[in-house]
Design a protein around this ligand. Structure first.
Ligand code: CA
Length: 231
């Protein structure tokens, strides 16, 4: 069944672009052109995701988000915020938004975020991977927090282990830095995407045969990382 996405946006050109592209991707798309209409449709109809502009006529996107959460509507919200308004991002997340993108954004980045959010909500918790597994020359025991490479112990920090687990749970998927930050670090602290790069570099150094030419953790330029399980 196709996922249903509600677009709440007042810029006519962007609405057209989003409608076209999302429909082409196979999503069912609804459109609201102001905050009041957006709030009504978001609370009255079933949606899998809401794309919510911050600056809207009649009711701001921030107010829409806050009021939806207050009403108990738990649909994931991806906020579209204006460039440079860093506080908008923080405010949006505090009001219950799940993710944000700064305008103008790349359509490919938006589609990756949407896909990531829908995939996360679709995955039943705890179903993912066994506690012990072997790939290539590496053996991992998540319960004991032990990793070995060719039988020799490898020291991983808690976050590195958590990151490795998330990679293993999502093989071959393009994972954005934002998704990795949220999954491993949570949004309790102000996110610095550089944190992800540093930890990925550590994992490569400890696990890859040639960290400069990684065979497991691949960089997807402009988007994030992809984990490929070695044969
Ligand atoms: Ca707007």
């Amino acid at each position: 069944m196709s996922a249903r996405i509600l677009v709440v946006e007042d810029e006519p050109g962007l609405v057209l672009t989003l409608e076209d592209r999302l429909r082409a991707e196979g999503y069912v798309v609804g459109v609201a052109r102001d905050g009041a209409d957006g709030f009504n449709r978001a609370s009255a109809e079933p949606w899998d995701l809401i794309l919510l502009d911050g600056m809207l006529p009649r009711k701001s996107g921030f107010d829409v988000c806050r009021d939806l959460r207050a009403k108990g509507v738990k649909t994931p919200v991806l906020m579209l915020t204006a460039r440079g308004q860093v506080s908008d991002r923080v405010v949006g997340l505090k009001l219950g938004a799940d993710d944000y993108l700064v305008k103008p954004f790349d359509m490919s980045e938006l589609l990756a975020r949407i896909e990531a959010r829908l995939r996360r909500d679709a995955a039943p918790p705890g179903s993912a991977i066994p506690n012990t597994l072997t790939f290539g020359r590496i053996q991992v025991d998540f319960r004991r927090a032990e990793v070995t490479k060719s039988g020799a112990p490898v020291e991983l920090s808690g976050k590195e282990l958590h990151l490795l687990r998330y990679f293993l749970e999502h093989p071959r998927a393009t994972l954005s830095r934002t998704e990795l930050l949220e999954a491993v670090w949570g949004y309790s602290t102000v996110p610095f995407t550089r944190t992800v790069d540093v930890h990925v570099a550590n994992l490569r150094r400890k696990l890859e045969d040639d960290p400069a030419r990684p065979s497991m953790i691949h960089t997807i330029h402009g988007l994030g990382y992809k984990f490929v399980v070695p044969a």
